[in-house]
Write a protein that binds this ligand. Structure first.
Ligand code: ZN
Length: 282
Protein backbone atom coordinates (compact mmCIF):
# COMPACT_ATOMS: atom_id res chain seq x y z
CA UNK A 1 0.00 0.00 0.00
CA UNK A 2 1.41 3.39 -0.95
CA UNK A 3 0.96 6.76 0.68
CA UNK A 4 0.18 9.59 -1.73
CA UNK A 5 1.66 13.01 -1.09
CA UNK A 6 0.89 15.39 -3.95
CA UNK A 7 2.66 14.03 -7.01
CA UNK A 8 4.68 11.56 -4.91
CA UNK A 9 3.90 7.96 -4.15
CA UNK A 10 5.68 6.76 -1.01
CA UNK A 11 6.41 3.12 -0.18
CA UNK A 12 7.90 1.63 2.99
CA UNK A 13 10.53 -0.88 1.82
CA UNK A 14 11.29 -3.46 4.52
CA UNK A 15 14.73 -5.04 4.42
CA UNK A 16 14.07 -7.40 7.33
CA UNK A 17 14.82 -6.97 11.01
CA UNK A 18 17.76 -7.04 13.38
CA UNK A 19 18.32 -6.43 17.08
CA UNK A 20 20.58 -4.24 19.17
CA UNK A 21 21.29 -3.99 22.86
CA UNK A 22 18.37 -2.22 24.54
CA UNK A 23 20.68 -0.27 26.84
CA UNK A 24 22.64 1.09 23.88
CA UNK A 25 19.39 2.05 22.12
CA UNK A 26 18.15 4.15 25.04
CA UNK A 27 21.32 5.62 26.56
CA UNK A 28 20.71 6.85 30.10
CA UNK A 29 17.08 5.65 30.33
CA UNK A 30 16.67 2.79 32.87
CA UNK A 31 15.61 -0.61 31.58
CA UNK A 32 12.60 -0.53 33.92
CA UNK A 33 11.22 2.25 31.68
CA UNK A 34 12.31 1.30 28.14
CA UNK A 35 11.46 -2.39 28.55
CA UNK A 36 7.78 -1.59 29.09
CA UNK A 37 7.38 -0.94 25.37
CA UNK A 38 10.49 -2.65 24.01
CA UNK A 39 10.76 -6.22 25.29
CA UNK A 40 14.37 -7.43 25.47
CA UNK A 41 15.46 -10.99 24.58
CA UNK A 42 17.75 -13.14 26.76
CA UNK A 43 20.77 -11.19 25.45
CA UNK A 44 19.13 -7.85 26.31
CA UNK A 45 18.56 -7.07 22.62
CA UNK A 46 15.40 -5.40 21.31
CA UNK A 47 13.92 -6.08 17.85
CA UNK A 48 14.33 -3.32 15.27
CA UNK A 49 13.00 -2.81 11.75
CA UNK A 50 15.16 -2.05 8.71
CA UNK A 51 12.69 0.17 6.91
CA UNK A 52 13.76 2.18 3.87
CA UNK A 53 11.59 4.73 2.06
CA UNK A 54 10.92 4.80 -1.67
CA UNK A 55 9.82 8.16 -3.07
CA UNK A 56 8.43 7.83 -6.58
CA UNK A 57 7.02 10.29 -9.09
CA UNK A 58 6.81 10.26 -12.89
CA UNK A 59 10.51 11.04 -13.24
CA UNK A 60 12.37 9.63 -10.28
CA UNK A 61 12.50 6.67 -7.90
CA UNK A 62 14.46 7.80 -4.84
CA UNK A 63 15.41 5.19 -2.24
CA UNK A 64 16.29 6.53 1.20
CA UNK A 65 18.83 4.16 2.81
CA UNK A 66 19.49 0.62 1.62
CA UNK A 67 19.00 -1.63 4.65
CA UNK A 68 21.58 -3.98 6.12
CA UNK A 69 22.32 -5.99 2.96
CA UNK A 70 23.03 -9.68 2.66
CA UNK A 71 26.81 -9.96 3.00
CA UNK A 72 26.98 -11.14 6.60
CA UNK A 73 28.82 -14.04 8.22
CA UNK A 74 26.78 -16.49 10.31
CA UNK A 75 28.57 -15.18 13.38
CA UNK A 76 27.51 -11.58 12.74
CA UNK A 77 23.99 -12.63 11.74
CA UNK A 78 23.68 -14.31 15.11
CA UNK A 79 25.25 -11.39 16.95
CA UNK A 80 22.77 -8.87 15.52
CA UNK A 81 19.87 -11.36 15.11
CA UNK A 82 19.69 -10.36 11.43
CA UNK A 83 16.54 -11.66 9.75
CA UNK A 84 17.07 -10.88 6.11
CA UNK A 85 15.80 -13.29 3.48
CA UNK A 86 17.71 -13.56 0.21
CA UNK A 87 16.00 -11.32 -2.33
CA UNK A 88 14.05 -9.48 0.39
CA UNK A 89 14.64 -6.02 -1.06
CA UNK A 90 13.79 -7.17 -4.60
CA UNK A 91 10.47 -8.53 -3.37
CA UNK A 92 9.66 -5.29 -1.61
CA UNK A 93 10.54 -3.22 -4.67
CA UNK A 94 8.45 -5.54 -6.86
CA UNK A 95 5.51 -5.06 -4.50
CA UNK A 96 5.83 -1.33 -5.18
CA UNK A 97 6.01 -2.03 -8.93
CA UNK A 98 9.74 -1.50 -9.47
CA UNK A 99 13.08 -3.27 -9.64
CA UNK A 100 16.65 -2.34 -8.69
CA UNK A 101 17.42 -0.87 -12.11
CA UNK A 102 14.50 1.58 -11.80
CA UNK A 103 16.07 3.35 -8.81
CA UNK A 104 17.38 6.72 -10.04
CA UNK A 105 18.70 8.01 -6.70
CA UNK A 106 19.87 6.54 -3.41
CA UNK A 107 19.96 8.97 -0.50
CA UNK A 108 22.22 7.59 2.23
CA UNK A 109 21.35 9.27 5.52
CA UNK A 110 24.74 8.09 6.77
CA UNK A 111 27.04 5.11 6.30
CA UNK A 112 26.39 2.99 9.42
CA UNK A 113 26.09 -0.65 8.32
CA UNK A 114 22.35 -0.92 8.98
CA UNK A 115 21.72 1.97 6.54
CA UNK A 116 24.37 1.51 3.86
CA UNK A 117 24.85 -2.28 4.05
CA UNK A 118 22.70 -2.72 0.95
CA UNK A 119 24.66 -0.46 -1.45
CA UNK A 120 26.58 -3.47 -2.82
CA UNK A 121 25.80 -7.13 -3.28
CA UNK A 122 27.48 -10.25 -4.68
CA UNK A 123 26.78 -11.62 -8.14
CA UNK A 124 28.86 -14.62 -9.26
CA UNK A 125 31.14 -14.01 -6.25
CA UNK A 126 31.87 -10.49 -7.53
CA UNK A 127 30.84 -7.34 -5.68
CA UNK A 128 28.51 -5.05 -7.67
CA UNK A 129 26.42 -1.99 -6.97
CA UNK A 130 22.91 -2.99 -5.86
CA UNK A 131 21.34 -0.05 -7.68
CA UNK A 132 23.46 0.26 -10.82
CA UNK A 133 21.64 3.23 -12.37
CA UNK A 134 21.31 5.32 -9.23
CA UNK A 135 23.22 8.40 -8.18
CA UNK A 136 24.17 7.87 -4.52
CA UNK A 137 23.91 11.05 -2.44
CA UNK A 138 26.04 11.32 0.72
CA UNK A 139 27.15 14.34 2.73
CA UNK A 140 30.87 14.92 2.09
CA UNK A 141 31.62 15.24 5.82
CA UNK A 142 29.97 11.86 6.52
CA UNK A 143 31.90 10.25 3.65
CA UNK A 144 35.20 11.53 5.10
CA UNK A 145 34.26 10.64 8.67
CA UNK A 146 33.25 7.08 7.73
CA UNK A 147 36.75 6.43 6.35
CA UNK A 148 38.48 7.57 9.56
CA UNK A 149 35.90 7.25 12.36
CA UNK A 150 36.64 7.54 16.06
CA UNK A 151 37.30 4.53 18.29
CA UNK A 152 33.75 4.95 19.64
CA UNK A 153 31.98 4.44 16.31
CA UNK A 154 34.50 2.50 14.19
CA UNK A 155 32.42 -0.69 14.62
CA UNK A 156 29.44 0.94 12.91
CA UNK A 157 31.09 1.25 9.47
CA UNK A 158 31.96 -1.41 6.89
CA UNK A 159 34.51 0.41 4.78
CA UNK A 160 34.89 -2.49 2.31
CA UNK A 161 31.59 -1.41 0.67
CA UNK A 162 32.76 2.15 0.02
CA UNK A 163 35.52 1.55 -2.56
CA UNK A 164 33.16 0.03 -5.11
CA UNK A 165 30.78 2.97 -4.83
CA UNK A 166 33.60 5.48 -5.17
CA UNK A 167 35.03 3.77 -8.26
CA UNK A 168 31.62 3.45 -9.91
CA UNK A 169 31.36 7.17 -10.60
CA UNK A 170 27.87 7.08 -9.08
CA UNK A 171 28.80 8.80 -5.82
CA UNK A 172 27.55 12.38 -5.40
CA UNK A 173 28.98 14.20 -2.38
CA UNK A 174 26.90 17.03 -0.95
CA UNK A 175 27.89 20.00 1.18
CA UNK A 176 25.07 20.83 3.57
CA UNK A 177 21.32 21.22 3.41
CA UNK A 178 19.80 21.23 -0.07
CA UNK A 179 16.65 20.70 -2.08
CA UNK A 180 17.60 17.60 -4.05
CA UNK A 181 14.53 17.87 -6.30
CA UNK A 182 11.43 20.06 -5.94
CA UNK A 183 9.62 18.77 -2.84
CA UNK A 184 12.54 16.58 -1.66
CA UNK A 185 14.66 18.41 0.89
CA UNK A 186 17.76 17.09 2.65
CA UNK A 187 18.19 18.33 6.23
CA UNK A 188 21.63 18.01 7.84
CA UNK A 189 22.02 16.94 11.46
CA UNK A 190 25.20 16.57 13.50
CA UNK A 191 24.24 14.83 16.77
CA UNK A 192 24.16 11.13 15.84
CA UNK A 193 27.18 11.23 13.54
CA UNK A 194 29.04 13.82 11.49
CA UNK A 195 27.06 14.99 8.42
CA UNK A 196 23.88 12.90 8.83
CA UNK A 197 21.16 13.87 6.33
CA UNK A 198 17.43 13.43 6.85
CA UNK A 199 14.74 13.79 4.21
CA UNK A 200 11.60 15.90 4.12
CA UNK A 201 9.15 15.17 1.30
CA UNK A 202 6.39 17.71 0.71
CA UNK A 203 3.40 17.43 -1.58
CA UNK A 204 0.03 19.17 -1.54
CA UNK A 205 0.94 21.02 1.67
CA UNK A 206 1.66 17.83 3.64
CA UNK A 207 5.19 16.85 4.73
CA UNK A 208 6.64 13.46 5.62
CA UNK A 209 9.91 13.53 7.55
CA UNK A 210 12.33 10.59 7.44
CA UNK A 211 13.67 10.61 11.01
CA UNK A 212 16.61 8.23 10.47
CA UNK A 213 18.76 7.74 13.56
CA UNK A 214 17.73 11.01 15.23
CA UNK A 215 14.36 9.43 16.18
CA UNK A 216 14.84 5.75 15.26
CA UNK A 217 11.62 4.48 16.92
CA UNK A 218 8.47 6.06 18.35
CA UNK A 219 9.93 5.46 21.85
CA UNK A 220 12.64 7.99 20.96
CA UNK A 221 10.10 10.81 20.60
CA UNK A 222 10.76 11.64 24.28
CA UNK A 223 13.53 14.20 24.53
CA UNK A 224 16.06 12.32 26.71
CA UNK A 225 15.42 8.91 25.10
CA UNK A 226 18.46 8.93 22.83
CA UNK A 227 20.92 6.28 21.73
CA UNK A 228 24.28 5.65 23.41
CA UNK A 229 25.65 5.39 19.84
CA UNK A 230 25.16 9.17 19.36
CA UNK A 231 28.46 11.06 19.10
CA UNK A 232 26.96 14.28 20.52
CA UNK A 233 23.90 13.48 22.71
CA UNK A 234 23.06 17.06 23.66
CA UNK A 235 23.03 18.03 19.99
CA UNK A 236 20.60 15.16 19.29
CA UNK A 237 18.27 16.43 22.03
CA UNK A 238 18.35 19.97 20.61
CA UNK A 239 17.87 18.79 17.01
CA UNK A 240 14.96 16.58 18.08
CA UNK A 241 13.36 19.49 19.91
CA UNK A 242 13.45 21.67 16.78
CA UNK A 243 12.25 18.92 14.43
CA UNK A 244 9.40 17.85 16.72
CA UNK A 245 8.21 21.42 17.39
CA UNK A 246 7.85 21.93 13.65
CA UNK A 247 6.27 18.48 13.22
CA UNK A 248 3.56 19.28 15.79
CA UNK A 249 2.99 22.79 14.40
CA UNK A 250 2.72 21.73 10.76
CA UNK A 251 1.20 18.26 11.18
CA UNK A 252 4.13 16.36 9.64
CA UNK A 253 4.05 12.60 9.25
CA UNK A 254 7.18 11.17 10.91
CA UNK A 255 8.68 8.05 9.32
CA UNK A 256 10.61 5.64 11.58
CA UNK A 257 13.40 3.54 10.11
CA UNK A 258 13.78 1.18 13.08
CA UNK A 259 10.40 1.03 14.88
CA UNK A 260 9.34 -2.64 14.85
CA UNK A 261 5.61 -1.78 14.76
CA UNK A 262 4.91 1.74 13.56
CA UNK A 263 6.07 2.85 10.11
CA UNK A 264 4.93 6.42 10.57
CA UNK A 265 2.73 8.71 12.63
CA UNK A 266 1.73 12.28 13.30
CA UNK A 267 2.62 13.69 16.73
CA UNK A 268 1.11 15.86 19.44
CA UNK A 269 2.32 17.55 22.61
CA UNK A 270 1.13 15.90 25.80
CA UNK A 271 2.24 16.89 29.31
CA UNK A 272 5.41 18.59 28.06
CA UNK A 273 6.47 15.59 25.96
CA UNK A 274 5.84 14.61 22.35
CA UNK A 275 3.61 11.58 21.80
CA UNK A 276 2.15 9.59 18.91
CA UNK A 277 -1.08 11.16 17.65
CA UNK A 278 -2.24 9.16 14.62
CA UNK A 279 -0.46 6.02 13.35
CA UNK A 280 0.08 5.98 9.58
CA UNK A 281 1.03 2.49 8.43
CA UNK A 282 1.78 1.98 4.77
ZN1 ZN B 1 23.36 5.29 12.78
Amino acid sequence: MALSLGRFELHAIRDGTFALDGGAMFGVIPKALWSQKNRADEQNRIPLALRCLLIADDERRILVDTGIGSEWSDKRRGYYAIEHAEGQLDKELARAGFDRCDITDVVLTHLHFDHAGGITRKEDARGILSFPNATHHVQRRQWKWAHTPSEKDAGSFRTQDFGLLEQSGRLHLLDGQTELYPGVELVVSEGHTVGLQLVRVTGDGQSLFFCGDIIPTSSHLRSAWAMAYDLYPLTVIEEKRMILAQAVEEGWILFFEHDPQIAACTVKEEGGQIAVDRVVNF
